[in-house]
Ligand binder design. Structure first.
Ligand SMILES: Cc1ncc(COP(=O)(O)O)c(C=O)c1O
Length: 367
């Protein structure tokens, strides 16, 4: 049996008539940049999130960069973020002119809130927690820390569309939240796409202006900006997909719980822990094992694709060598980096496929 890590084809086949029609409408109307699809998506996404504004942008990386810039983060500032994430979270801090300050992870793979305050200095301007793998970070406590120290809170929701913390969507706790609609995400476009959500009208207006060359009206450039737009085709595709997101998230969670059940008695595997009182949306299903390399190779030999998120934690990357971080500073990510393994996870994953994966894992450890 061959099991891909992510299966985007099956989802497309299910939605084919709707998607093809939406794409064809964009082509017929040559609505490639701006237009009804983009406006509708922004309105629909903001409405479903219960926030005042959604500003669509070209990708999730731009969403973070624009948010930092528009909050006034820049030269001489420090921004605290988590040691294990995709590099977008930290490279945008540098590109805004500030310095990233990393914090180790907790047992849920998200920023360890007990270690944040020791990293706060007079230069700290903001915190960017990441709801990694679809698991909400301890956002209630992070918000308290931000309020206490007067820091901006930017939630990186690239992997956590409609995940919940104590019954409230993540992305609605901070000053602003950023999303990626990269194809493999829980809500994915067919190319690059992203957005920013906020309840702050002024921030929304400034972000929109900055992302559209500094102009809200053509040729009226109030500031210099950048070009970061969601295109019409991606917006049309996202409009088709948005009504399905909660159902897909539910299926991912069911799949994760089924994996947990099947893997319960495999002593050499640690299954992902779910934080109390959250809705984890399992963008990724990440196990831990001391025999990661061998297990990954064995699964590959038997047709099962897996991945590692991420093999090198941010502080240990070449790009951050100048920060002189050592493994002792980040014991949890240092330990996790050689143990984490992401198993196939997507809404359409069948029980029989998960059973096949787990049977292989059991066979590997029995031998
Ligand atoms: C945690 C995190 N932040 C930010 C991004 C950036 O999103 P994009 O690839 O759309 O620029 C990603 C996407 O991979 C991500 O996983």
């Amino acid at each position: 049996m061959k099991i891909p890590f992510v299966d985007l084809k099956t989802q497309y086949k299910t939605l084919k008539p709707e998607i093809d029609k939406a794409i064809s409408n964009v082509l017929e109307n040559t609505a490639f940049i701006g237009g009804e699809n983009v406006t509708n998506f922004e309105q629909n996404f903001a409405k479903q999130y219960g926030v005042k504004s959604c500003i669509s942008v070209a990708n999730g990386t731009d969403a973070i960069y624009i948010s930092l810039k528009m909050l006034g983060v820049g030269s001489g500032d420090e921004v605290i973020t988590v040691a294990n994430s995709w590099i977008s979270t930290s490279e945008t801090i540098t590109q805004a002119g500030a310095k990233p300050v990393f914090v180790d992870v907790d047992e849920f793979f998200t920023i360890d809130v007990t270690k944040i305050e020791q990293k706060i200095t007079s230069k700290t301007k903001a915190i960017i927690p990441v709801h990694l793998y679809g698991q909400p970070a301890e956002i209630g406590k992070i918000k308290q820390i931000c309020d206490k120290h007067n820091l901006f809170l930017i939630e990186d929701c690239a992997q956590a569309h409609f995940a919940e913390y104590k019954g409230k969507f993540v992305g609605t706790f901070g000053d602003v939240a950023t999303f990626s609609f990269y194809p493999g995400k829980n809500l994915g476009a067919y190319g690059d796409a992203g957005c920013i959500i906020t309840d702050n009208d002024n921030l929304a207006k400034k972000s929109r202006m900055f992302a559209r060359h500094g102009a809200l009206k053509k040729h009226h450039h109030q500031i210099e900006g950048i070009n970061s737009r969601l295109d019409g085709l991606q917006a049309a595709i996202l409009n088709v997909k948005l009504p399905y997101i909660l159902e897909w998230n539910k299926k991912r969670l069911e799949n994760a719980l089924y994996y947990n059940k099947l893997l319960k008695d495999v002593g050499q595997i640690e299954t992902p822990k779910i934080r109390e009182d959250v809705k984890h949306i399992f963008h990724l299903y990440v196990i831990k094992t001391k025999k990661r390399e061998e297990l990954q190779a064995f699964l590959k030999e038997n047709g099962v694709q897996t991945a590692i998120h991420y093999p090198v934690p941010l502080p240990f990357m070449e790009a951050y060598k100048y920060l002189n971080c050592s493994e002792n500073d980040f014991p949890s990510v240092a330990e996790n980096k050689d143990r984490i393994l992401s198993l196939p996870m997507f809404p359409e994953l069948k029980k029989s496929e998960m059973e096949y994966v787990v049977d292989l894992i059991k066979k590997f450890f029995d031998e």
